[in-house]
Design a protein around this ligand. Structure first.
Ligand code: FAD
Length: 333
């Protein structure tokens, strides 16, 4: 049997790539540093509440992703979200868009990823910190992985596919593939502060979600207005990218206070409790449209949102594109 392929990163890109390879009959193993799959399609759970604090919803414009969404709907792990949507702070970057359909994981954003992962060989709590290529340059590529938790893993892989944010991929490729590494380093990814708010009673605001075009906030959502969400009334605030970057090192209390003050300007009350999360690599400015990157000689590949439009849909398509690129030369006879 051929050596398996390693995919690093069980976000939606890595899951899409691994699924496509497995369906084509390739042996493939997926690794992620976290306790669960989903990456930035994530949900934070607290006592009696839960809140999607990464991706808020996704679109499905490409027919292939529409077909995938149909499978998710069929499996009951996604649903349409039709919030009462406003644009606050005047017209700017975000404009009202009535035509668009918005989709979310059901009953939380992680659901599609968990559903995909359940059908794959996934190793969690595995933080890949280095790659090692076997010394013989003439033979087909053979790679080993070093993880923070287990050291060098004994398995040999015929390819390593990195489904990671660009800066994390750059770090792993520095030693063996400087050109690929530089390509990743050229992409700037920006941070984002996410503030989750818990209330005893529903807030009486005239919207369930809002794009914000002025001040520190960019997005406000009543998480409990998404389908299937139980538990306490929960709201989510995302800070604007430049503001987040400027305040990334600031103390949590100060960041939360500034974001709450901005929410109050739009009618938001002070919450019972708040929980703050700092995303180091939320989005790419701007994202590329290459689809993916596959170096057959080295047996190294890249996929992820930053290579294909910077959103959930693009990430899924990027993972598929990388699997297809690899399969074009390696499809089992
Ligand atoms: P990720 O989801 O980041 O997956 C990468 C995975 O790699 C992670 O699971 C991580 O744990 C793992 N990993 C990292 N380093 C290592 C390592 N060394 N070893 C092992 N594993 C590792 N998109 C939309 O479509 N709509 C939105 O409304 C939206 N809003 C967003 C808001 C925020 C705040 C954020 C953060 C993102 C938002 N996005 C949105 C973007 C969307 O979440 C991403 O485009 C998409 O989820 C990226 O998927 P990915 O698989 O490329 O990367």
């Amino acid at each position: 049997t051929p050596a398996p392929i390693a995919v690093i990163g069980a976000g939606i890109a890595g899951l899409s790539c691994t699924t496509a390879l497995q369906q084509a009959g390739m042996p493939v193993q997926l690794f992620d540093k976290s306790r669960g799959p989903a990456g930035r399609m994530s949900t934070r759970r607290g006592e009696g509440w839960a809140c999607d604090h990464g991706a808020q919803y996704f679109t499905a414009r490409d027919p292939r992703f529409q077909a995938e969404l149909a499978r998710w709907l069929e499996a009951g792990v996604a649903a349409r979200w039709a919030p009462r949507l406003q644009v606050l702070g005047g017209l700017g970057e975000h404009r009202p868009d009535a035509g668009i359909e918005r989709w979310v994981g059901l009953p939380q954003m992680t659901a599609p990823a968990r559903w995909l992962a359940a059908q794959l060989h996934v190793t969690l709590n595995a933080t890949v910190t280095a790659l090692r290529r076997s010394s013989d340059g003439e033979r087909a590529p053979s790679w080993q992985l070093h993880t923070a938790e287990q050291g060098w893993l004994p398995q040999h892989f015929s390819a390593v596919l990195l489904a990671l944010p660009a800066p994390q991929a750059a770090a792993l490729l520095e030693l063996h593939a400087p050109a690929l590494s530089e390509r990743c380093s050229a992409v700037r990814m920006r941070g984002c502060w996410a503030l989750m708010l818990q209330y005893r009673e529903p807030l009486e605001l005239p919207f369930d979600a809002a794009f914000v075009n002025r001040g520190p906030l960019r997005w406000i959502a009543r998480n409990s207005s998404k389908p299937g969400r139980g538990g306490a009334e929960t709201w989510l605030l995302h800070a604007e990218a430049e503001w987040s970057e400027a305040h990334l090192e600031q103390a949590s209390e100060q960041v939360a206070a500034l974001m709450l003050r901005a929410f109050a300007e739009h009618g938001g009350q002070a919450p019972e409790h708040w929980t703050l999360h700092r995303w180091s690599y939320a989005d790419s400015a701007p994202a590329l449209d290459a689809g993916c990157d596959w170096n057959a000689e080295a047996g190294l590949g890249l996929c992820g949102d930053w290579l294909h439009g910077g959103k959930v849909e693009g990430a899924w398509l990027s993972g598929l594109a990388l699997a297809e690129a690899l399969l074009r030369e390696r499809r089992p006879a």
